[in-house]
Write a protein that binds this ligand. Structure first.
Ligand code: SF4
Ligand code: SF4
Length: 57
């Protein structure tokens, strides 16, 4: 499994960074991404995202 952020649906709210217990979500120039190596598939970010932008690829 791997959680991914659909950048087209991302509104750059930052909730996923707050929600991730592993520091796996990165933001650069308002583009959010998940570092697969750090992700433990806990789904906290998916739950926190207000726009349904995060899902398991
Ligand atoms: S699934 Fe969990 S560990 Fe992976 S990026 Fe989302 S909040 Fe972080
Ligand atoms: S929680 Fe969702 S909308 Fe907010 S920054 Fe993360 S991916 Fe984007």
């Amino acid at each position: 499994m791997a959680y991914k952020i659909d950048t087209e649906n991302c509104v750059a709210c930052g909730a996923c960074i707050e929600a991730c217990p592993e520091g796996a979500v990165l933001e650069k120039d308002s583009v959010y991404s998940i570092t697969a190596d750090k992700c433990i598939d806990c789904a906290s970010c998916e739950t926190a995202c207000p726009n349904g932008a995060i899902s398991v690829a």
